[in-house]
Every structure is written in C-alpha cells, then in structure tokens.
Design a protein around this ligand. Structure first.
Ligand code: ATP
Length: 370
C-alpha cells in the first residue's frame, strides 16, 4: 500500500526555512507510566532519520507531587516555549498524584500555546486485527479534528454550598465565534486536501440548543467558502453508533473538545487499540510550539513491564516530522510502521505477540534502514 499522510492539513502551515535550521529543537516530556517507555522508542526512531534533532529531556511527572504539590515546575510553559515541538508521553499516575493535577500541564499546554487543533488520524493498517466484522485494511481512513482550547473543557464553573444538602456544581460550556470558526475552517482545509473531500460535523443541536446550534450556524457560514467539500452534520450519539457500524463512511470529522475526546477513543479501538493512535496538538500560526502525543494514557496496568506498544508514539513522532516540514521523512516512518504491522512477526502483547516495546522499536528502525 502506498505511503501517504493520512491527514492533509499539517503541510498547509508555514514551513520553516530549512536552510536556516541547524537542528529541530524538540522537548521530550515522557511523563508517567508507559510514557517514558514509548517516548524512548520514538526518540530512537527519530535519531535513525537523516535529520538533525536536538532533544532536551524534561522528567516532570507525578512523582514530583509528594515533594512539591505539583507535577511540573511553575514555569513549565516558559521553559517549553523556545522549542520547535514537544513530544509528550502520557500524564497521570493515580497512585502518586490526583488526576486533575497530573494532567494540568497537558491542558495548559493546549490552551497556553493556543494549540487549537487536535488531529487524530484513524487508519486501519494491514496486519492489524480489527474488532469489527468484514472490514479490510484501508477501509477505515478518517481524520478527527477536535477543537482543543474551549468548548466543554474550559475552566469556568464552580461548586457552591459544598457538603450541604443543597450543594451545587456548575460547569460552563464556552464556544466563541473565533474558536469555532477556526477549527471548522481547519477541518475544511484538511478535507480539501483529501481524495473524498467530505466533512462530517458532530453536534448535539437537538439538545444543546445554544452552543451546538451556534456551531451549526458557524459551519453553514464557513461551508460557503468550500463548495468543493461535501459536508453533513451528525448528532454525536449517531456518530458513536456509526463509528462502530459503518466507520468507512467518515473522511474528515470535526467536533468539539468533549465529543472529540470520546469519539477518538472509539476511533482508536476500531483500528486495533490504543497502541496505534497518534495525535498532534497544533498551533497552526507557529507562534507557539506544537505538541505531539499518543492518544493513550499512562496505562498503569502495563507500565514498567516492557509490554507497551510504541507505535502510537512513533506515529505521533511522524506527525511531528510532517509539521516540521520533513514530509518525506514522516512518510518513511509511516512506511516502516506499516512494514512492521504487515510483517506481523515482531509484536507487543496487545497485538497478540510476545515482544517488548524496544523489540518493536528495533524492528521499525530496521525497516526504516532496510
Ligand atoms: P487516560 O485517561 O490518561 O487517557 P485511560 O484511562 O483512557 O487513560 P489508558 O492509559 O490509555 O487509559 O489505557 C487504556 C487501556 O489501553 C489499558 O488497558 C492499557 O493497558 C491499554 N493501553 C494503553 N496504551 C497502550 C499501549 N501503548 N500499548 C498497549 N496497551 C495500551
């Protein structure tokens, strides 16, 4: 199967002048659980490429909580700011820190660096077991574009009368015209670069009559600029069903923060599991660093056992290469991953194999060089 970017919009951003770059400055932020294990493999793959990366390791994670009450230093955004890109593993270890504190740097990076586009490609590779019936490799080929900075995940709300019988909690959904328009426009641009040129916009306009009806109206406005892209709305409950029932109908999908969070876990599972899903958190203006991370979490159940599948992290590193303008190298990494998957010989346990995280990394590097 031909290697090609499973998404199209990354290359639409301003590409730095390669001649002026000595080395891409990459912050490695492995985090918790399996994060360090999978990021180590992604790093080795990057080091095997004919490009120059200057890595700086930040070993911030939940272990810091006991001594500092935080999982990263106070100035972590300032310290990450000078980098071209951040490669993140996973954050969260409930045995060491409360979850909402552990993942705070992740949410702050997305908002503080205005990484308003979250891209999650979903592709069924040859050699991967699909849990759905009668689906051939390549028949699932979609990109979910998730709004990453507002919507349901804003820090607006509060709790009142805590601990009393009339305790109340309020969590505000916040959709701005600028935020909604720019994510929808990015999704249309992505669809425009793909063969099928079809966009599905996920809403819940029948129940959320302010935010989602607003979203629909912005979609209608933006759609006028893209007559070459077909576009259809779909309610989120129908989308959850259709991701399982007929995933082949989707090409590009655009959705809010919460809907995207949930739907992309389904998307990951239908193409083989959490070990295959890479993602990018993009600031398309390049004013701030963008961040690349596997969709999976810290997987505490397998952390430290050498069983984690590094492919999601490696595919995230490929997305990073593409974002940095190294489109051909990104394709090479994806081809090496394809070869590993299709070969089916070197596999972590989630793929029914007995090989370790680093054995899969070695095989992908061998395929890269072969
Ligand atoms: P989070 O809330 O941080 O996203 P989560 O609760 O969704 O995390 P994960 O840590 O992603 O959970 O793990 C979900 C399941 O997927 C676990 O059974 C875990 O072992 C498995 N899993 C996650 N990542 C991998 C991986 N890289 N390789 C193999 N299995 C994985």
């Amino acid at each position: 199967m031909e290697a090609r970017a499973p998404y199209g919009a990354l290359t639409a951003v301003k590409i730095p002048d390669k001649d002026s770059i000595m080395a891409y400055k990459v912050a490695l932020y492995p985090g918790d659980g399996v994060g360090p294990e999978v990021i180590a493999e992604a790093r080795r793959v990057l080091e095997a490429l004919p490009a120059s990366f200057e890595f700086t390791l930040f070993d911030w994670n939940s272990s810091l909580y006991a001594s500092t009450g935080r999982c990263a230093p106070r100035d972590y955004l300032d310290r990450l700011m000078p980098f071209d890109a951040i490669l993140l593993g996973a954050l969260g270890d409930a045995s060491k820190a409360p979850d909402h504190i552990a993942v705070e740097p992740l949410l702050s990076m997305r908002k503080g660096f205005d990484q308003y586009v979250n891209i999650r490609p979903t592709f069924l590779y040859d050699g991967v077991d699909c849990p759905l019936k009668n689906i051939a490799p390549g028949q699932i080929d979609m990109v979910v574009i998730r709004e990453n900075t507002e919507g349901e995940y804003t820090d607006l709300g509060g709790r009142h009368y805590v601990g009393t019988p009339h305790e109340a909690a309020m969590q505000v959904n916040y959709f701005t015209r600028m935020g909604t328009e720019r994510i929808i426009r990015y999704a249309f641009e992505t669809a425009r670069k793909r063969e099928r040129r079809h966009l599905t916009s996920i809403t819940k306009s029948n129940a959320l009559k302010y935010s989602m009806v607003f979203w629909d109206s912005v979609l209608a406005d933006v759609a006028k600029d893209y007559p070459d892209v077909t576009c259809a709305p779909m309610l989120v409950d129908a989308a959850a069903m259709n991701f399982v029932r007929s995933p082949g109908m989707f090409d590009v999908v655009v959705c809010s923060n919460l809907f995207g969070d949930i739907l992309t876990d389904i998307a990951a599972i239908i193409v083989g599991g959490m070990g295959f899903a890479g993602s990018a958190n993009i600031n398309p203006t390049r004013r701030y660093p963008s961040m690349f991370e596997p969709v999976h979490g810290s997987a505490p159940d397998i952390a430290g056992t050498g069983k984690a599948n590094p492919i999601a992290a490696i595919l995230s590193a490929a997305m990073m290469c593409e974002f940095l303008g190294e489109v051909e190298l990104a394709g090479r990494v994806r081809n090496a991953v394809r070869a590993n998957l299709a070969g089916g010989r070197v596999r972590t346990p989630d793929r029914g194999g007995h090989d370790s995280t680093s054995a899969v990394g070695n095989d992908i590097i061998k395929k890269l060089q072969g």
